[in-house]
Design a protein around this ligand. Structure first.
Ligand SMILES: [Cu+2]
Length: 395
C-alpha cells in the first residue's frame, strides 16, 4: 500500500515539477523550431508512458494486494497481450525516432547560399576562421598547425591568404542569413553548443563535422562545450554575437587575415599582437566585453595588452583567474614576485624566468595543491614575454 502511494506521489510530483518548473527552454533564436517540436514529441510520448506504467503498477499493487484466504494463481504467457505490447512499443519508438532523423538530416544539409565559418576546438578554447573576400577558405593540414596557425592553413594556398582568423573567444554573424558551421578539434572530443540556436555537434579530431542555422534574433549568445573534455571543460565558453549587417561588416573588417598573422609571426611579434594592431578599437571593445572581470587592472604597456589578448586566445583564463578567485590553476592576481611552494617541497619566486618556464613547460614545476594538468602549448619567446608582462599587471 505504501509502495502504491509512493508511486502515485512520484507521478503527481513529476507532473507538477514539469508544469511549474522555471527551467524551460530558452527562447529560440534560430530557424530550428523543428528541433523543439521533435523534443516536445519525445517528451509527450515518454511522459505519457511514464504516467501510464507507474499508475498501472500502483493499481495492480492495490487491487491484487495480499488478502487472507485468497491465493495467487499463475498464468503462463498471453500471445495476444504480447502482440499488443510489441505493436504499441514499435509504433511509439517509430513516432519518436522518425522526426529526429528527419530533423538531423535537415540540420546537416546546409543551403547552397549559406555563408560559412569554421570552429576549431582545443582544450579549453575556441578558434574561429571565416573565408576572406574570395568567399573560399584555404586548404588545411594538421602538419601546418602552430600557435600562429591553429587551423593549419596551408600557407601556399592562395585561397587561404585572406582567410579571417578571429583571436577572441567571440565570433560575430549577421542576422537572418543562413550560416554553415564547420567543426574540427585539435585534441579531444569537444562539442559546439549554443542552446538558443538548438544546434550542437561533436567536434571529432581528424574529422570535419558541420551543421547550419539561420539566426533570427540579435544578441550575444553563449557557446558551451557539450562534451566533457578535461578539467577545464566547464570554462570552455565563448560567444556568438548576432548583429545587423552594418555592425557585422565593421567587425569583420577589423579582424586580421591569415597573411597578416603570418607576416607578424615572421617579424617576431605575437600573432595576437597583429590582431590587436589590426583590430583597433572595434576589436578591443569586443575583447573587453567578452572577458571583463571584476578587479582586473588595465594592462600598463603595449606588450602587456598583447599578452592579455594572447592569454585569452589561448584559453589560459579557463583555469587561471585574474581576480584572486580560486581556479583549477593558481590565480594570476598578485602572482608576480610571490614565493610559491612547489610539489617537490622546494620554493620558487614567481619571476620572469619562472613564469616563462611554467608556461612553456607546465610540468616542470607544479605549485603545491594544484593538479599537474595544464596542457603544453608551443609559444614563441615573444609570446612568453608578452604573457609574463601581462601577469605582472594583474595585481
Ligand atoms: Cu571541450
Amino acid at each position: 500500500m505504501a509502495l502504491a502511494l509512493a508511486l502515485i506521489l512520484i507521478v503527481v510530483g513529476t507532473l507538477a515539477f514539469h508544469f511549474w518548473s522555471p527551467w524551460w527552454l530558452t527562447p529560440l533564436a534560430s530557424n530550428w523550431q523543428a528541433m523543439d517540436d521533435a523534443l516536445m514529441l519525445t517528451l509527450v510520448i515518454t511522459g505519457a508512458i511514464f504516467v501510464i506504467i507507474n499508475l498501472f503498477v500502483a493499481y495492480a499493487v492495490i487491487k491484487f494486494r495480499h488478502r487472507d484466504g485468497v491465493r495467487a494463481s499463475a498464468e503462463h504467457g498471453s500471445k495476444k497481450l504480447e502482440w499488443w505490447l510489441i505493436g504499441v512499443t514499435t509504433v511509439g519508438i517509430v513516432i519518436m525516432l522518425a522526426p529526429g532523423l528527419d530533423v538531423y538530416a535537415k540540420l546537416i544539409t546546409a543551403p547552397d547560399h549559406a555563408m560559412q565559418f569554421e570552429v576549431m576546438g582545443q582544450q579549453w578554447q575556441w578558434h574561429y576562421r571565416l573565408p576572406g573576400k574570395d568567399g573560399r577558405m584555404g586548404q588545411t593540414d594538421v602538419t601546418h598547425i602552430s600557435p600562429e596557425n591553429p587551423f593549419g592553413v596551408n600557407a601556399k594556398d592562395p585561397y587561404g591568404q585572406d582567410d579571417v582568423l578571429v583571436d577572441t573567444q567571440e565570433i560575430h554573424i549577421p542576422l537572418d542569413r543562413p550560416v554553415k558551421v564547420l567543426l574540427r578539434s585539435q585534441d579531444v572530443l569537444h562539442d559546439f553548443y549554443v542552446p538558443q540556436f538548438r544546434t550542437r555537434m561533436n567536434m571529432v579530431p581528424g574529422m570535419v563535422t558541420s551543421f547550419w542555422f539561420t539566426p533570427t534574433r540579435t544578441g550575444r549568445f553563449e557557446v558551451m562545450c557539450a562534451q566533457l573534455c578535461g578539467i577545464g571543460h566547464a570554462n570552455m565558453r565563448g560567444y556568438v554575437v548576432v548583429e545587423d549587417d552594418a555592425a557585422y561588416a565593421k567587425w569583420l573588417a577589423a579582424q586580421p587575415t591569415f597573411a597578416a598573422r603570418m607576416r607578424a609571426g615572421a617579424a617576431g611579434g605575437t600573432g595576437v599582437a597583429a590582431a590587436a594592431a589590426g583590430a583597433g578599437a572595434a576589436g578591443a571593445e569586443g575583447t573587453a566585453a567578452g572577458t571583463a572581470g571584476a578587479g582586473e587592472s588595465a594592462p600598463a604597456s603595449d606588450t602587456a595588452a598583447q599578452g592579455k589578448l594572447l592569454a585569452q586566445a589561448r584559453g589560459c583564463m579557463a583555469c587561471h583567474s585574474v581576480d584572486g578567485s580560486p581556479g583549477v590553476g593558481p590565480t594570476w592576481k598578485g602572482l608576480y614576485g610571490k614565493t610559491e611552494t612547489l610539489d617537490s617541497g622546494k620554493s620558487a619566486v614567481a619571476d620572469d624566468a619562472y613564469l616563462k618556464q611554467s608556461i612553456a613547460d607546465p610540468k616542470a614545476a607544479i605549485v603545491r595543491g594544484f593538479p599537474p594538468i595544464m596542457p603544453q602549448q608551443p609559444h614563441t619567446e615573444a609570446e612568453l614575454a608578452a604573457m609574463v608582462d601581462y601577469i605582472k599587471t594583474v595585481k
